[in-house]
Every structure is written in structure tokens, then in C-alpha cells.
Ligand binder design. Structure first.
Ligand SMILES: C[S@@+](CC[C@H](N)C(=O)[O-])C[C@H]1O[C@@H](n2cnc3c(N)ncnc32)[C@H](O)[C@@H]1O
Length: 411
């Protein structure tokens, strides 16, 4: 390749076209996944391949020819990638490609091929490609920065029509990096955001000033009325032609009343997109070094709402069954009544020395962890002035040794 000239960046339509990848290691694996996504008819030629490539062949996503490259293998190909760890074989592939006028990437030496793979990223139907004349770290860094800027709405691509309806987005447990890529993308397109008290509040700050932000936690009246007003707001704004993101803490369907909002929109004929989120029920313990399941320790996880007491006639929870369990019980909305729940579990058979971990403000800068047992949980929570939001993990997993610095929870 003549480096006196800049490279010509192009988008290839490879759908239904034969592409030959020579080599079956990590580099080939990365390229093959992208090629499959582009609809190419991929053949991998290599005596050995990674388990992932073997899986793709077993699933008939690609064809695998398990031998060394031979002249003639590029017959009928539109594009080729030489990605073996043997420069002589890669040279043989590029020479053959040259003879047939097939563009060919040489993974070990970009300059020796006739094409290079740009660093690419996807955002909402856009594909961003960056070439940096062989400076791979630079192209990858610029690509990542561009995609992040698009995700955050810093780069404005809003020339398109607004999206329709409402997106019910699980914002994750609080750390702004724990929202999903899809959630972040839709948030950057929002014209109205209806936000909860819990969830990634920092992301609200990043929104452009013309986005209307409605703080749902400040909507007046009692619980039921507030929910009804939220439903009305979603419908009103969407019907006025604005794209509404309902940004909720954790996952919308884990004690988040998300399905009520879906139903309200459906009844009003407003289209809804649901974007699941990372629930605090699992994320908060994880970042406190507590796995909610562990091989040979817990084979069941039950996530329980503590918003009503066990003897409340509205309670739908089978506390007797929970008392018999040996696995993990995760309590949400339970701070006020930790002692009551602990007592009822012990009364129903759970040993009093069962370990308990309480994680307050999980995944945020002020996260803190308090340890106790079922016998002491109520008192410890009071003495330590535990306040909502908090997750209570009960069971042997709460007694596992937490990893030290650099282990779980480290960024
Ligand atoms: C109404 S529920 C919403 C749960 C949310 N949909 C989810 O999936 O995380 C509120 C409860 O979630 C828990 N919670 C939410 N965010 C939390 C966090 N960052 N740390 C600890 N607990 C949290 C607390 O138990 C809180 O009382």
C-alpha cells in the first residue's frame, strides 16, 4: 500500500458476498463477528480456531475449512482478511488476493495489505469509522470518544425526526455508567424526561437545556395519585408529539411500577419501548463484594418487597416458605422493618446466625455496607442509622469473604 496517499474510507455492502478469513485466532474471531453482522458469506480457513469461531461454524453462521491456506482459496471472494500468526502465510494470502484483484487486509502488517479495518462504532443507525494510518490506539480512542459523545448527546445528530411515544428506560442503580447503551442512546434523543429520585441523576445534568425534565419524585398527592399523574404526563407529552423518556431507577419492572406505565400508554394508544435496566437488587450487593448466588452455596435467589409488614393484609409474600429457604433472600424497601423481617424469618426456621449484609446507596459515591446476622439485623440497622435506599441480603452468600482492593467493586 502506498503511504504517500491517504486511505480511502468506504462502506462495503458484503451481504450475500463471499469473504475469506485466513486464520482462526483472536483477531480473526473479532473480524468474523462483524462480518457475520454485515451479512457476508464467511469462510474461515485455518487448521485451528478459537472455541468461539468453532461455535459460529457449528451454528452454521460461517463455513470453516480446517486446514492451511492454499492458492485457489480466494476464488469467488470479494474481500479477504489474512489474520494468521505466520507472516509468510499472510504474505501468500495477500499475493493471491492481489492476483485476483480482491481487497485484502493484512492483520499483522497493515501497510502490506490493500485494505485496512477502521475502528468502528455504532450509534442509533450511524456507523462511525476512524482510520489513523496504522495508529490503532489513536483510531480506537477517537472512535470511542465519538460514540460516547453521541451517546451523551454532546454531538448533535438530531437532524432526524423525533422518535415516537415513550421509552421506559431502566437507568440502573445510580452510577451513571450502569445504564445500558440503548437506554443512554434513547435518553440523548429525549425531548421530555420524567425522572425518579433513584437512578442515574448525573445523566440528567448532561441533557441539553431545551429538554424538559420533570422530577416525578416531586409530583404531589399520595402514592396512587402520583402514579396516575405520572401516567397522564407520559401520555400527554407523547400525544403532543414529544419523545418522552421515563427514566427509572434500576429495572423498570423490578418493583418499579413500570408495567402500570406501559398499560397506561397502551390504553391511550401511545407506543412504548421498554429498556431493561440493571436492578439494584443485584448490583448493590455485587459492588459491595456480595454475589447473590455462588456455586455450592446458594441455588435460589428470591427478591422480596418489604413495603408492607408480614402481617399486613395486603402482603402477598409467603414468609413461611422464605423461612424454610437455605438460599438468598434480597429485601428491597425494607429499611424501616428490617428487624420485623429478620424475626419472622427466624420464627419460620431460618437460623438466627444467618449472615446479613445491608448495602445503602449502592453503586453511588456514598455507598456503605453494614454487616449483621438475622439475630442482630434490626438493632444494627438502627445503631448504624441505616437509611433508604438500601438492599438487604440474607443468606450464606452474605457471609462470604469479600475480595480485597482491586476485587469486586473496583472501577
Ligand atoms: C421502588 S424500589 C425500585 C427498585 C428499582 N426498580 C430497581 O430495580 O433497583 C426502591 C428500592 O430499591 C432499592 N434501591 C434502589 N436503588 C438503590 C441503591 N442505589 N442502593 C441500594 N438500594 C437501592 C431500595 O431497596 C429501594 O427502597
Amino acid at each position: 500500500m502506498n503511504r504517500a496517499h491517504e486511505q480511502y474510507l468506504v462502506g462495503l455492502d458484503l451481504a450475500g458476498r463471499r469473504v475469506v478469513v485466513v486464520g482462526g485466532g483472536q483477531v480473526a474471531q473479532r473480524r468474523v463477528a462483524k462480518l457475520i453482522a454485515s451479512g457476508a458469506v464467511v469462510e474461515v480457513v485455518s487448521p485451528e480456531v478459537t472455541p468461539a469461531v468453532e461455535g459460529m461454524a457449528a451454528a452454521r453462521e460461517i463455513a470453516w475449512t480446517p486446514r492451511r491456506f492454499d492458492d485457489g482459496d480466494l476464488e469467488g471472494a470479494w474481500y479477504a482478511i489474512a489474520a494468521t500468526d505466520d507472516p509468510a502465510v499472510n504474505q501468500q494470502v495477500t499475493s493471491e488476493a492481489d492476483r485476483h484483484r480482491i481487497f485484502c487486509v493484512r492483520a499483522d502488517d497493515g501497510q502490506a495489505g490493500t485494505a485496512v479495518t477502521p475502528a468502528t462504532g455504532e450509534f442509533d443507525g450511524l456507523t462511525v469509522g476512524v482510520l489513523a494510518r496504522g495508529a490503532h490506539r489513536r483510531s480506537a480512542a477517537v472512535r470511542t470518544a465519538l460514540v460516547e459523545a453521541l451517546q451523551a448527546g454532546v454531538v448533535d445528530d438530531s437532524a432526524e425526526d423525533p422518535l415516537p411515544g415513550v421509552a421506559l428506560v431502566g437507568g440502573g442503580p445510580g452510577d451513571p455508567e450502569l445504564i445500558t447503551v440503548r437506554g443512554r442512546r434513547l435518553l440523548s434523543r429525549a425531548q421530555v424526561v420524567v425522572a425518579d429520585r433513584l437512578g442515574p441523576r448525573d445523566l440528567i445534568d448532561e441533557l441539553s437545556p431545551d429538554v424538559e425534565v420533570i422530577d416525578a419524585s416531586k409530583i404531589p398527592y399520595g402514592r396512587a395519585m402520583a402514579q396516575q399523574r405520572i401516567n397522564e404526563l407520559l401520555v400527554e407529552h407523547a400525544k403532543a408529539g414529544r419523545f418522552v423518556v421515563r427514566l427509572k431507577g434500576g429495572d423498570p419492572f423490578v418493583y418499579g411500577r413500570g408495567f402500570e406505565e406501559v398499560q397506561a400508554c397502551a390504553e391511550a394508544g401511545v407506543p412504548v419501548t421498554v429498556v431493561p435496566g440493571i436492578t439494584s437488587a443485584f448490583a448493590a450487593p455485587a459492588l459491595a463484594g456480595v454475589p447473590v448466588s455462588h456455586r455450592g452455596v446458594a441455588h435460589e435467589i428470591v427478591v422480596v418487597s418489604g413495603h408492607v409488614a408480614p402481617d399486613d393484609p395486603r402482603s402477598l409474600t409467603d414468609w413461611e416458605a422464605l423461612g424454610r429457604m437455605t438460599g438468598t433472600v434480597v429485601l428491597m424497601m425494607a429499611v424501616e422493618r428490617i428487624g420485623v423481617f429478620a424475626d419472622v424469618l427466624v420464627a419460620n426456621g431460618r437460623p438466627a446466625d444467618t449472615p446479613v449484609v445491608i448495602v445503602q446507596d449502592g453503586t453511588t459515591r456514598i455507598q456503605r455496607t453494614v454487616r449483621a446476622t438475622l439475630a442482630t439485623a434490626g438493632r444494627v440497622a438502627k445503631d448504624e442509622e441505616v437509611s433508604p435506599p438500601a438492599i438487604v441480603v440474607i443468606g450464606p452468600v452474605a457471609g462470604l469473604d469479600a475480595p480485597g482492593p482491586g476485587g469486586a467493586g473496583a472501577a
